[in-house]
Design a protein around this ligand. Structure first.
Ligand code: NAD
Length: 288
């Protein structure tokens, strides 16, 4: 009966689980990943983790010096490529490199993103919305992710397997103190995740995104250098609402752990937005 076959499958799963637990040290053995924005912060922590778990990684980033240095530091299983995710030829080349250097693409992590384009200075209120600034932000945070999914899908569809991960943000479900443009761009990442997960599931390709609260990366420095945001972040951190977990800024490793989980486990997990915020978004916290 179907109940018996389910029980058999559960036993098989338990056996496999025990077997794989023994090998938990190498959860991505033999897999190939492209990580955008990997020269710093969350992307760098994830590249380090993926390599420690047996993967080979293409570090795709704008920062040539930091990216080259990181690849050298990580050894033969890391390869740096200059990539501006807002340029289609760069994204296509980064994905192509995974195939030409390592022969396949198992994981595409669309992680690169910015809080504010340099030209913008600080964000404006909604009544001063400027479409040119908004477009500058979208070119990286939205179109960059869309291009990553597009080019990964082209390689993964014939393979009939693959895992695509995108970094959204807690501002994908909440408003942001930093920027209307940023908030909207991260909501769009969730939309891209859901729509492509739905289309690609028949090819065995899973698409998920990760939404961390504030993470201690160089990105945070941009927020702290803005007097308005600095003050707001101080208030946010010391506010009474929420538990201790939710008042802590994350380490990039916490996000890397989520990426590792999505890449190595959960064969049926697709179309999700994995929020990492120590419960803040469900606690009813002050404005972020
Ligand atoms: P980071 O600044 O440390 O790293 C971002 C990396 O992306 C840098 O190496 C940068 O060179 C690269 N990059 C920027 N524009 C690029 C482009 N056009 N093409 C290719 N690479 C580009 O920041 P981080 O905190 O690690 O940010 C990574 C992602 O996490 C971003 O999408 C960000 O929106 C998101 N995020 C960050 C936080 C946070 O508080 N730090 C919170 C939630 C989500």
């Amino acid at each position: 009966t179907s109940i018996d076959s389910a029980a058999t499958r559960a036993r098989e799963y338990a056996t496999t689980f025990i077997d794989t637990s023994a090998a938990l040290g190498r959860r991505l053995e033999g897999q190939v990943a492209v990580i955008t924005g990997a020269a710093s912060g969350i992307g760098e922590a994830t590249a380090r983790s993926f390599i420690a778990h047996g993967a080979r990684v293409i570090i795709a980033d704008l920062q040539d010096e930091a990216g080259t240095k990181l690849a050298k530091d990580l050894g033969p299983n890391a390869h740096f490529v200059h990539c501006d995710v807002s340029k289609e030829e760069d994204v296509s080349e980064s994905v192509g490199l995974a195939v030409s250097v390592y022969g396949q693409l198992d994981i595409m992590y669309n992680n690169a993103g910015i809080l504010m384009p340099k030209s913008m200075g600080t964000d404006t209120g909604i009544s001063d919305l400027n479409l040119a600034d908004m477009h500058d932000m979208f070119r990286i945070n939205v179109y960059g992710v869309a291009l990553g999914i597009k080019h990964a899908a082209r390689v993964m569809k014939p393979q009939r397997r693959g895992c695509i991960i995108c970094t959204a943000s807690i501002t994908s479900i909440l408003s942001s103190l930093a920027s209307h443009y940023y908030t909207v761009s991260k909501h769009a990442v969730v939309g891209l995740t859901r729509s492509s997960a739905s289309e690609l599931s028949e090819y065995g390709i899973r698409v998920n995104c990760i939404s961390p609260t504030i993470v201690m990366t160089p990105f945070l420095r941009i927020m702290l250098s803005n007097p308005h945001l600095n003050k707001k972040l101080g208030e946010w951190r010391t506010s009474e609402a929420g538990c201790n977990l939710s008042q802590t800024f994350l380490s990039p490793d916490e996000v890397a752990k989520a990426a590792l989980f999505l890449a190595s486990d959960g064969n049926y997990i697709s179309g999700h937005n994995l929020v990492i915020d120590g419960s803040r978004s469900v606690t009813g916290s002050p404005k972020l």
